[in-house]
Design a protein around this ligand. Structure first.
Ligand code: NAP
Length: 243
């Protein structure tokens, strides 16, 4: 059987790493995207190989259309005829603060890391999926984009935009057997939440705890499976009852 490739953006750490490890266990060859942190990406690669899976590093800045084009062109030259059948748009950043103090950079960097990245990468990968009449796109949004979070106007706006894109694209390409869904985590234990007061915040979560990256990865794995072929354009919260 031909190799099936899954591209996971931001797979060097946190939720993206867990998704990469899980999709490798599911039998995909995982393309581990990251921005700067080569050591962490290498750890993801080694963990996948140690578990008997297959993966490759594919670094690029998800906000840089030219860098994405260059990296994917080179990858295609080195993998003649191969197509990417799973795309997980996971890379993201947050720069929290009240709106009145928010700088232009706080706004643009957070919004672009989600919205421009979605455009550049999805636009580049989609034609191959449409030609193959096969594909899964999973966008990692956040409950911040579903319910809005004070102190996260930039992040909530970015993640809500991703939800709109998911719903529209899901409808646009459903007849081509390519599904598009969004996963909206609540508080998950990663570097992104490391500075939060977990003891206080977990009192606000009905499940009484933060989630684990592996729990998000299990949901993504299901959405990428054949069994999820009839689910598209949906947003699925994974937030311990918070939303
Ligand atoms: P994390 O631990 O901070 O990891 C972020 C990942 O994104 C890293 O692999 C990082 O690469 C990559 N990245 C950041 N900017 C990038 C860029 N410009 N180009 C390429 N890669 C880039 O974050 P996380 O908590 O796993 O979050 C993953 C996703 O889940 C994000 O979209 C986040 O918004 C979302 N989310 C997280 C939570 C949570 O509670 N943790 C909740 C809801 C939603 P480097 O290692 O190279 O920097």
């Amino acid at each position: 059987m031909n190799k099936q490739y899954a591209l996971v953006t931001g797979a060097s750490r946190g939720i993206g790493r867990a998704i990469a490890e899980r999709l490798a266990r599911d039998g995909y060859t995982v393309l581990i995207n990251y921005n700067n942190n080569t050591a962490a990406a290498q750890e993801t690669l080694e963990a996948i190989k140690a578990a008997g899976g297959d993966a490759e590093l594919l670094p690029f800045n998800v906000c840089d259309g030219q860098a994405i084009e260059q990296a994917l062109q080179l990858w295609e030259q080195q993998h003649k005829g191969a197509t990417i059948s799973i795309l997980v748009n996971n890379a993201g950043i947050c720069k929290d603060g009240l709106m009145v103090f928010m700088t232009e950079d706080d706004w643009h960097s957070v919004v672009n890391t989600t919205t421009e990245a979605f455009y550049y990468i999805t636009h580049r990968i989609l034609p191959g999926m449409l030609r193959a009449r096969n594909g899964r796109i999973v966008n990692i949004t956040s409950i911040s984009g579903v319910i809005g979070m004070p102190g996260q106007v930039n992040y909530s706006a970015a993640k809500a935009a991703l939800i709109g894109a998911t719903k529209a694209l899901g409808k646009e390409i459903a007849s081509r057997k390519v599904t598009v869904n969004a996963v909206a985590p609540g508080y998950i234990v990663t570097d992104m939440t490391a500075d939060l007061n977990e003891e206080e915040l977990k009192k606000t979560i009905p499940a009484g705890r933060f989630g684990k990256p592996e729990e998000v990865a299990a949901l993504v794995s299901f959405l990428c499976s054949d069994e999820a072929a009839y689910i598209t354009g949906q947003v699925i919260n994974i937030a311990g009852g918070l939303a």
